[in-house]
Ligand binder design. Structure first.
Ligand code: PB1
Length: 339
C-alpha cells in the first residue's frame, strides 16, 4: 500500500468520539472553571435592600448590608471575581453624574467592605456615567445633546480614580468614549496606582438591542435618543478592530466584546489579533433573559444549553465570561459535574 495507508481512514471521525474521555479531549480549551467567570452585581443605595429585578428573573439589586450573605456561599464555591454596578434611587442625578464619584455612590462604599470580607476576591467596578446622569447617557452632553468627548473622558477618569482609591482591583469603562482608556491610565499613573489597578476595556461594545433588562435593573436608560453615536454599529467589524487597536495603544490591560452570543466572530478575530491580552466577553442581560425564558418554557434544558453556549464562547476565544448565570454555574461546578 502506498505510504499513508488508505486515505479513507483519515476521514473516520467516530473513532475520535466513541467515549466521553475521547470527546473531552476534543475541546480542552473550552472548559469552564471558576477562573473563567466574572459575576456582575447591582448595588443599590438602600443599604438593607434586596430588590428582585422583574426583567431579570433570579437577579436582585443588593444593599451593602446584604452583600456579604449573598456572596459568602459563592466565594466558598470558588467565585474569583465580581463586576459592580451602582444603582441610585435616593441620590440626585445631574448633567455630569457628580454622584458617581462621591460617597453617595453605593459601589464606593461596597468596595472596601468586599476587600475586607473576601480578601481573595478580585473586585472590578464598571466605570460609566449613565446610572448617575439626569439624561442617562454615558458621557457629558453639550447644550444640543451631543457628546462632549474630552469633558466626558476627564469625568470618567475621575470616576475610575475614585474606584481605584476605594480599593478596586479593576476599573472597567463601559462608556465607549474615544480616548477614555488613555485618560484613565494617565490618571492612575498620576496618582501612583497604575501598577496595581487593571483596566478592563469594554473594547467592542455594540449598540445592541439586548441591554433592555439591564437598563431596567440599573435605571440607566437614556432619557432621549439612543447610544448609537458612541456604541458600535452591530454590523461593523472594522470599528471593532479599530477600537481594539486604539485601546491596546492607550494601555488597556484586558479587552472585552459585548454582547457576545451574536458577536462571536468578533471575539475570534480580536483574540487572534491580540492573543497576548485576556479576552473578556459579556453575556448581557438580554442574552440572559433569552436563555432563561427559553428554559422556563421548557424549549431547552438550561444546564445543557448554557453549557453549550459557554463552551462555544470559550471556543471562539473568550478567556473570561461575565455572566448573570454565575451562581448556577458555580453550583454545577461545585457539584463536581464537568461543565
Ligand atoms: O447586561 C447588560 O445588558 C449590560 C449593559 C451594559 C452594562 N455595562 C451597558 C449597556 C447599555 O445600557 O447601553 C450600560 C452602559 N454603561
Amino acid at each position: 500500500m502506498a505510504s499513508g495507508g488508505n486515505p479513507a481512514n483519515k476521514h473516520i471521525l467516530h473513532s475520535s468520539i466513541f467515549n466521553k474521555t475521547l470527546r473531552g479531549w476534543q475541546g480542552l480549551n473550552c472548559e469552564i472553571t471558576q477562573k473563567n467567570l466574572m459575576y456582575p452585581i447591582f448595588i443599590v443605595d438602600d443599604e438593607n435592600a434586596v430588590q428582585p429585578i422583574q426583567s431579570m428573573p433570579g437577579i436582585s439589586r443588593f444593599g451593602i448590608n446584604r452583600l456579604k450573605d449573598h456572596l459568602s456561599p459563592l466565594v466558598e464555591k470558588g467565585l474569583q471575581s465580581v463586576l459592580l454596578f451602582g444603582v441610585i434611587n435616593n441620590v440626585p442625578k445631574d448633567e455630569t453624574g457628580s454622584n458617581a464619584s462621591t460617597e453617595k455612590n453605593p459601589v464606593l462604599k461596597a468596595v472596601p467592605k468586599l476587600k475586607t470580607w473576601f480578601p481573595s476576591l478580585t473586585v472590578a467596578c464598571d466605570v460609566c456615567l449613565c446610572a448617575y446622569t439626569s439624561h442617562g447617557h454615558c458621557g457629558i452632553l453639550d447644550k444640543d445633546g451631543y457628546i462632549k468627548n474630552d469633558d466626558s473622558i476627564k469625568r470618567l477618569a475621575e470616576v475610575a480614580l475614585a474606584y481605584a482609591k476605594a480599593g478596586a482591583d479593576i476599573v472597567a469603562p463601559s462608556d465607549m468614549m474615544d480616548g477614555r482608556i488613555g485618560a484613565i491610565k494617565q490618571s492612575l499613573r498620576d496618582n501612583g496606582l497604575v501598577n496595581r489597578v487593571s483596566v478592563l476595556s469594554y473594547t467592542a461594545k455594540f449598540a445592541s438591542n439586548l441591554y433592555g433588562p439591564f437598563r431596567d435593573a440599573s435605571k440607566s436608560a437614556p432619557a432621549f435618543g439612543d447610544r448609537k453615536c458612541y456604541q458600535l454599529p452591530s454590523e461593523s467589524t472594522g470599528l471593532a478592530l479599530r477600537a481594539a487597536a486604539r485601546d491596546v495603544e492607550e494601555g488597556a490591560d484586558m479587552l472585552m466584546v459585548k454582547p457576545v452570543l451574536i458577536y462571536m466572530d468578533i471575539v475570534k478575530e480580536l483574540k487572534n489579533k491580540y492573543p497576548e491580552y485576556p479576552m473578556f466577553v459579556y453575556q448581557v442581560s438580554g442574552e440572559f433573559a433569552m436563555i432563561h425564558h427559553a428554559a422556563k418554557a421548557e424549549a431547552v434544558d438550561l444546564r445543557l444549553v448554557l453549557t453549550e453556549v459557554l463552551s462555544s464562547l470559550r471556543r471562539s476565544g473568550a478567556d473570561v465570561i461575565i455572566t448573570y448565570f454565575t451562581p448556577q454555574i458555580l453550583d454545577w461546578i461545585h457539584g463536581g459535574s464537568k461543565l
